[in-house]
Design a protein around this ligand. Structure first.
Ligand SMILES: O=c1[nH]c(=O)c2ncn([C@@H]3O[C@H](COP(=O)(O)OP(=O)(O)OP(=O)(O)O)[C@@H](O)[C@H]3O)c2[nH]1
Ligand SMILES: [Mg+2]
Length: 202
């Protein structure tokens, strides 16, 4: 099976990319499967900048084509927060539980109709010697009043996708992968997947 490298150390993302790329008969290799890859500092102020930093630094380190995902949750009542800081919203230790608690506290007293939010995923494709390309996907929904469900990762237990009555964490992996921001970004990339030199033969 051909391989593709995804510059992430997030186990939830890595699992979803394995599942999503399997549909294209591609094996998505995350940084957790490679030895000695340092963390890339996410110093950008936009999803695009951070996705580029991750993809380009790892691509130049490995001299191989690399895809990176920078993603997050944007809540309308919080002026788009947690946004680019989604992973570290409640602190540097990147605790999903603490992030969820912080969001629910901030949305305390915000009524149903004002709890709208969306996930965003920006994929950056870095190929050594070529200009980096970008693909964006969204998933719209609203924030629940309490966490429910055990699937997924991050804010999934408090995110109810549009058209659903359950949280993302109550959906099966197949259901999430059919509607997620990551899926929608990958749909944009799909057309150039075979055109671009981003697949590894070994
Ligand atoms: O409920 C969720 N379902 C999702 O599908 C999802 N996608 C992103 N997020 C949140 O946004 C941060 C990304 O930050 P991020 O792109 O910097 O990734 P990260 O730091 O976790 O790993 P890496 O890929 O950088 O190694 C994550 O940690 C999560 O908090 C999600 N939450
Ligand atoms: Mg990160």
């Amino acid at each position: 099976m051909k391989k593709i490298i995804i510059a992430t150390k997030n186990k939830g993302k890595a699992k979803e990319f394995k599942e999503l790329f399997a549909a294209y008969e591609l094996d998505a290799i995350s940084l957790n499967e490679l030895d000695g890859i340092p963390d890339v500092e996410e110093t950008g102020s936009t999803f695009k900048e951070n996705a580029a930093l991750k993809a380009e630094q790892i691509a130049s380190m490995l001299s191989l084509p690399v895809i990176a995902d920078d993603s997050g949750l944007m809540i309308d009542a919080l002026d788009g927060k947690p946004g680019v800081y989604s992973a570290r919203y409640a602190g540097e230790d990147k605790s999903d539980q603490a992030n969820i608690d912080k969001v629910l506290t901030e949305l305390h007293n915000v009524p149903e109709t004002k709890r709208t939010a969306h996930f965003i995923c920006v994929l950056a494709v870095a190929v050594p010697g070529s200009a980096t390309t970008y693909y964006i996907g969204y998933c719209h929904g609203r924030i629940a009043h309490s966490p429910i469900g055990k699937n997924g990762f991050g804010y999934d237990p408090i995110f109810i996708p549009k058209g659903f009555q359950q949280t993302m964490a109550q959906l099966s992996p197949e259901e999430k992968n059919a509607i997620s921001h990551r899926r929608n970004a990958l749909k944009e990339l799909e057309a150039s997947l075979n055109k671009q030199d981003i697949l590894l033969d070994r």
